[in-house]
Structure formats: structure tokens, C-alpha cells
Write a protein of this length. Structure first.
Length: 240
């Protein structure tokens, strides 16, 4: 069993986003997938792994903060489940973000392009918890440079809580530097209060969250298949 561990949100659109992710995973692979929530929504992660011990649990998290290192392992203790790494820092996340950014630009016009980008992450006060957003911003900048625009497009990380600079501060800094078409690339997984805050910002355009992007489904499957392969190899060695 593949269990996708998510934070959880009161926004109805978040549940729909995760349903689309599960549908993509199952359509690509035929693997049955379930979602377990850490907060707010049901079923909880604890309920799902209680029903499906020894599952492979993929944390749908873009950072290596408290949830990945403390909350999820605590829920899985004693269940026999295998916990994979999160998604933070993976190049496929940056490629998905690049795609979402291009979609947001096209909403402003068929040939519209941002002249600067703020990569907006949730934010973490835990050491290393923002490394995923930082890596994604650097990877996105490289992808934008590869696009071959007339001038380099800066992509700077910023945060919605617990870390700085804030999204507002990053937008203000870029505006002061003379940039006018500043896009916010949402390094977020699903709609909720953070995406609402971004949509209310002074950004030229804001991209949609990432969880239901096809690249995320393939990345989740990659984590699952790698964990299953490791478990099978370990079992074979024990049998020798």
C-alpha cells in the first residue's frame, strides 16, 4: 500500500487537489494510494496506517521541517511502515513550479513573461527546514536562464511564516530594484490560507499549487518504488 502523508487543510479545494494526485498515481502505476492527514481533515495518518500496517509512506512535504522529522515518524512508530524522504530539493519539483509559472504568465497574456520571481514557501523555523524552497528557487532560476530570455530573471526565496524574508518584503525589494512584472511562484502543495494570502499580494501574477501536477505524481511513485525495492532487497538478504 502507498500512503501519501499530507498536512491537511480546511479548504475544500485542498481535498480535491489531493484526489487528483491520487488519481494520477493510480492511473500511471495501478498502485492503490491513500491519503493520510496530519491535521484538520480525515482520515488521519494514524487511522490510515493502523488499517494498513507495513505500508510505504511518502510524506508530501516540500521542506525538511518539523512534520517530516518529528510528527510523521511519531505517528508511524511501531506500525512497520517504511517512511521515505519528502520531496524538498528534487529537481522535478522545480520543473513542476516552472510549468505552473508559465501557466500563470499565460493568464496575463499569450506572450507575457515575468521579469522577476518570488518563490514563496510556507516557511520553517527548524534548521534546514527551508532548504527545499531555497533549492527550488536556485533550480527555477537556472530553468529560466535556460529558456533564453533577453535578460536574466531573478528567482528569490521568501516565506509566509516562521522565516524571512517574507513574501511582502521580497516583492518590495524587487520593486525597489526596478522590476515591474514580479510573479509569485507558489512553492506550496494545495490551496488554503497561504495561497489566499499570495493571491491577495501585490504580485503581477501568482502560480497555482503543485500537488496535482503530473511531475509530482511521478516523483511520489519514484519514492514508493525505491522504498519497495530497498525493502525487498533487505528481506532477500535476511533470507540468505
Amino acid at each position: 500500500m502507498l500512503v501519501i502523508a499530507v498536512h491537511g487543510s480546511a479548504a475544500p479545494e485542498a481535498a480535491a487537489t489531493f484526489r487528483r494526485l491520487v488519481a494520477s498515481v493510480e492511473a500511471i502505476s495501478g498502485v492503490r494510494a491513500l491519503v493520510g492527514h496530519l491535521d484538520v481533515q480525515r482520515p488521519s495518518l494514524a487511522e490510515v496506517v493502523r488499517e494498513h500496517p507495513h505500508a510505504v509512506v511518502v510524506p508530501l512535504l516540500l521542506g525538511d521541517g518539523f512534520h517530516r522529522r518529528v510528527d510523521v515518524p511519531a505517528v508511524l512508530e511501531g506500525t512497520g511502515c517504511v517512511l521515505t524522504e519528502g520531496l524538498g530539493g528534487e529537481h522535478e519539483v522545480a520543473r513542476a513550479l516552472h510549468g505552473r509559472l508559465r501557466e500563470a504568465e499565460r493568464r496575463r497574456g499569450p506572450y507575457a513573461r515575468a521579469d522577476a520571481v518570488v518563490v514563496a514557501g510556507a516557511g520553517s523555523s527548524r534548521p534546514g527546514g527551508n532548504a527545499g524552497t531555497e533549492a527550488c528557487a536556485a533550480q527555477l532560476a537556472a530553468l529560466l536562464e535556460y529558456d533564453g530570455g533577453a535578460a536574466p530573471v531573478p528567482a528569490v526565496p521568501a516565506y509566509l511564516t516562521s522565516a524571512g524574508p517574507t513574501v511582502h518584503e521580497a516583492l518590495a525589494c524587487l520593486q525597489a530594484a526596478g522590476y515591474r512584472r514580479i510573479a509569485v511562484a507558489a512553492h506550496l502543495l494545495a490551496p488554503g490560507r497561504f495561497t489566499r494570502a499570495l493571491n491577495a499580494s501585490a504580485a503581477w501574477t501568482v502560480s497555482e499549487p503543485l500537488a496535482d501536477h503530473p511531475r509530482l505524481a511521478r516523483l511520489v511513485l519514484g519514492r514508493y518504488e525505491s522504498a519497495r525495492g530497498t525493502r525487498s532487497l533487505r528481506a532477500a538478504r535476511l533470507a540468505c
